[in-house]
Design a protein around this ligand. Structure first.
Ligand SMILES: [Zn+2]
Length: 414
């Protein structure tokens, strides 16, 4: 008998609702499907018995409260639990989850009637899941465990507390937001309105993941202005914008790219390039865990641009540089309590915490800098953002238990 009878069905219900975000949209949330998902979630949370359930029109976040029930109204830290409803940039229409019960840890798993399969030879992570019940895709879409698993685990944990009033706990705040995958969802998160003292995003990968170190991140858009004339009479006159682009790129350190770096090594990543002789553009993302090195990377961009423009005698390289988010470690290491609590909770449940610097960001990277320290907990998904995404039912149960254990740690009822 599972401790959480509604967990898997709730997860399946969520993944079947398409909620892909759209980075070209200017609305908040970016897609109508997320508005619909949020509206349904509001109704569900009311039925479960949460209080102050509402959808913020400015941020698109669904907020809800589970009041504390500690004796004599004892006050403890209010815990925020955060997950995101949108899915990544991959087909998410008609998600049709497949169940593999009691997986043997070695067989290939055929994904529906597609030609794709999940094979331990290609995805060795499968070997960890002998004896688990897995949920996979049918090979045509992603699964959306990122981050519907996080939502299902959070809601199931609070439902468990409501159904077991004998468990004493402090106040909990729930925040389910849009547009994490396009990097904008947390921009409008209202920390004061949320009202938590510490928080966790439940948006990590496999069992035990506990993340409080992320990249510092910036995006650089570069416009290259050429001068196009007929090639026959081009000598000494033509300025080819595509050549300017090559010249710019050639001045960046060749080894500092995602495909040649790991761990805490930062990079410059050219993600987009387009243009003609007349005009071209490039988009880079700049990443580094170390704040000083991050600033130095941005300075390098500015110096190259200044030098190139000086050599042309006019502005042919136009740089638009924007910070995206910062390494949350800078905030969290001032008071490690929020991480210590999660580590303790996992160890109480005999789950080994897996702590390493994330080569990316989380909603917590932004929320931590708004004043609410927010590390990231595992939600359980593997191979995220792809048709090969899958999740173990048992790991989802463990994630739910970790949330409840964190609540117990903070309440001091352990
Ligand atoms: Zn996610």
């Amino acid at each position: 008998m599972t401790k959480y009878p509604n967990l898997t069905s709730r997860f399946i219900k969520y993944v079947k609702k398409e909620t892909r975000s759209d980075e070209n949209s200017t609305t908040i949330p970016s897609t109508e499907s997320q508005v619909e998902f949020a509206a349904a979630l509001v109704e569900e949370l009311k039925v479960i018995g949460l209080q102050d359930v509402r959808l913020s029109s400015t941020s698109g976040y669904v907020f809800a409260t589970l009041p504390g029930n500690l004796p004599e109204n004892k006050e403890v830290k209010k815990i925020g639990l955060i997950a995101h409803m949108d899915t990544a940039d991959f087909n998410a229409r008609n998600i049709n989850p497949q169940f593999v019960r009691d997986y043997d840890g070695k067989s290939d798993i055929t994904l529906g009637d597609s030609q794709y399969k999940l094979s331990p030879s290609e995805f060795p992570s499968l070997k960890k899941y002998a004896g688990h019940d897995l949920v996979t895709t049918d090979g045509k879409t992603l699964l959306g465990a990122d981050d519907k698993a996080g939502i299902a685990e959070i809601i199931t944990a609070v439902e468990y507390l409501i159904e077991h009033p004998e468990i004493k706990h402090g106040e909990l705040r729930i925040g389910i937001g849009p547009d994490e995958e396009i990097g904008t969802g947390a921009d409008n998160f209202d920390v004061a309105d949320f009202g938590a003292d510490i928080a966790y995003t439940v948006d990590g990968g496999p069992l035990g993941e506990l993340e409080y170190e992320t990249f510092n991140a910036a995006q650089a858009k570069i416009e290259l202005i050429g001068k196009n004339v007929h090639p026959a009479t081009a000598k000494g006159v033509m300025i080819n914008a595509l050549q300017i682009a090559f010249d710019f790129h050639a001045q960046l350190p060749k080894r500092e790219v995602p495909e040649k770096t790991a761990g805490r090594e930062g990079f410059f990543h050219l993600v987009e390039m387009a243009g003609s002789v007349d005009k071209a553009k490039m988009v880079y993302i700049i990443r580094d865990h170390n704040r000083q090195k991050f600033e130095a990377r941005k300075c390098l961009f500015q110096e190259i641009v200044a030098e190139m423009n000086a050599s042309y005698g006019t502005k042919r390289v136009i740089l638009d540089l924007k910070d995206q988010y910062y390494n949350m470690r800078e905030v969290i290491e001032k008071d490690m309590t929020v991480v210590d609590i999660a580590e303790k909770a996992m160890k109480n449940l005999e789950i080994e915490p897996v702590i390493y610097p994330v080569r990316g960001g989380t909603d917590g990277s932004k929320i931590s800098f708004m004043g609410l320290p927010t590390p990231n907990l595992f939600a359980g998904g593997e191979n995220m953002h792809s048709r090969f995404e899958y999740i173990s039912v048992q790991v989802m149960e463990q994630a739910t238990s970790v949330i409840l254990e964190i609540v117990a740690e903070v309440a001091g009822t352990n």
